[in-house]
Design a binder for this molecule. Structure first.
Ligand SMILES: *Cc1c(COP(=O)(O)O)cnc(C)c1O
Length: 377
């Protein structure tokens, strides 16, 4: 029996139950289930929170990425550079649109794509870069944007795991929210994400009016005027009920991030100076909202440790056990095992522990003690 799961969505709901229940009932009372006032209100509040001109709600984070790529009018075989160490959705949409995913290795400390690796992967066919702000901290965006400008590339941020994180540009000292730095930002409201709905949801962010207009057309069957379809689009909407829930949770997002950061600090203390455990490293240009708390293990039998934790009722998880270039559906003669050594080593040695808004120092001590018991034995 798992006592301590990776997330505690029930505990989180209980604390905001009256507000959320009322908001959901309100949607039912008015029966405005699709594109109702709740969607508009959430969209506006999220725009204000992020400091971005346009938020385009959609059905999920994968659609957000797909719609962003569709709006850029790319041609088959155009290349899109992304990381080899991410959730599959990032590469999936590139492949689905018959574009070519070009994978690059990541930084061993932040787990994020590096500007150096991107630069080496740029060819005349490259049209876009999708950096992923993995586990809750931003990728090194300033040099990435510089590269994009130099080579005339679009930058689409996958901020499914980092909504609310702050990025500070090293050159201008300007602070921006994750997902508002590149041309387009894409996020997910999957229940376990930092801003989670009670089902699926997603959104696209941009400061560019033309891109916003085009993406609104794409999410709505390629139509700007009803029943006139100038483009091939998709049907991707955020439900009013989900928007109502998200609007309430948005008010708590900063406090949720703080709870996660405090939990991460507790774990960091517990694991400090252990030669077999590397705790998360936060880069100087970003805050970390700890969608995941991910350790890198050295000379530890990971499967054995996970079994030991599970035996004591503690969940743990491996994000991600297989690098993208070694996934069956994505095998490509251009890539072979050994091409992305950092990603490959991480996929064998990372371990994520429970982190969420409802952890207590007591629970964390029990988790850390149980982990150390195995690691130090
Ligand atoms: C969750 C996630 C997605 C996809 O979001 P869905 O809402 O599940 O479609 C995309 N990219 C990353 C990095 C994610 O973690």
């Amino acid at each position: 029996m798992i006592k301590y799961p990776m997330v505690d969505l029930v505990g989180q709901y209980k604390k905001i139950k009256p507000e959320v229940d009322e908001a959901v009932l309100q949607v039912m009372e008015t029966a405005s289930f699709v594109n109702g006032p709740a969607v508009k209100q959430f969209q506006e509040n999220l725009q204000n929170y992020l400091g971005v001109k346009h938020v385009i709600p959609c059905a999920n984070g994968t659609d957000a990425l797909q719609v962003a790529l569709m709006a850029l009018n790319l041609q088959p075989e155009d290349e899109v550079i992304t990381t080899s160490f991410t959730f599959i959705a990032t590469a999936e949409v590139i492949a689905l649109l018959r574009l070519t995913p070009v994978l690059v290795d990541v930084d061993p400390d932040t787990f994020n794509i590096t500007p150096e690796a991107i630069e080496k992967a740029i060819t005349p066919k490259t049209k876009a870069i999708i950096p992923v702000h993995l586990f809750g901290q931003c990728a090194d965006m300033h040099p990435i944007i510089q590269l994009a400008k130099k080579h005339n590339l679009h930058v689409i941020e996958d901020t499914a795991q980092a909504i609310g994180a702050d990025y500070t540009c090293v050159e201008s000292s300007k602070t921006m929210k994750a997902g508002t730095i590149g041309a387009i930002g894409c996020s997910s409201f999957f229940p376990s994400k930092n801003l989670g709905a009670f089902g699926d949801g997603g959104a696209i962010f941009t400061n560019n009016d033309d891109l916003a207009a085009q993406m609104r057309i794409v999410v709505n069957h390629g139509m700007a005027v009803r029943y006139y379809h100038n483009y091939v689009g998709v049907n991707s909407r955020l439900d009013s009920m989900q928007a109502a829930v998200l609007d309430i949770k948005l008010k708590h997002l900063d406090e949720y991030a703080k709870a996660r950061q405090e939990a991460a600090a507790h774990y960091n203390n517990a694991f400090a100076h252990n030669p077999k455990i590397k705790t998360p490293v936060t880069a100087p240009y970003t805050s970390h909202v700890f969608h995941q708390y991910t350790l890198v293990l050295r000379d530890v039998d990971r499967e054995g440790l996970m079994a030991h934790l599970a035996d004591k009722g503690i969940a743990s998880a491996v994000y991600y056990p297989v690098p993208l270039h070694l996934q069956k559906a994505y095998l490509d003669p251009r890539y072979k095992e050994g091409d992305f050594p950092v990603t490959e080593l991480l996929s064998k040695s990372v371990l994520s522990l429970p982190i969420h808004t409802e952890l207590t120092p007591e629970i964390q001590k029990e988790i850390a003690d149980t982990l150390l018991e195995y690691v130090n034995s």
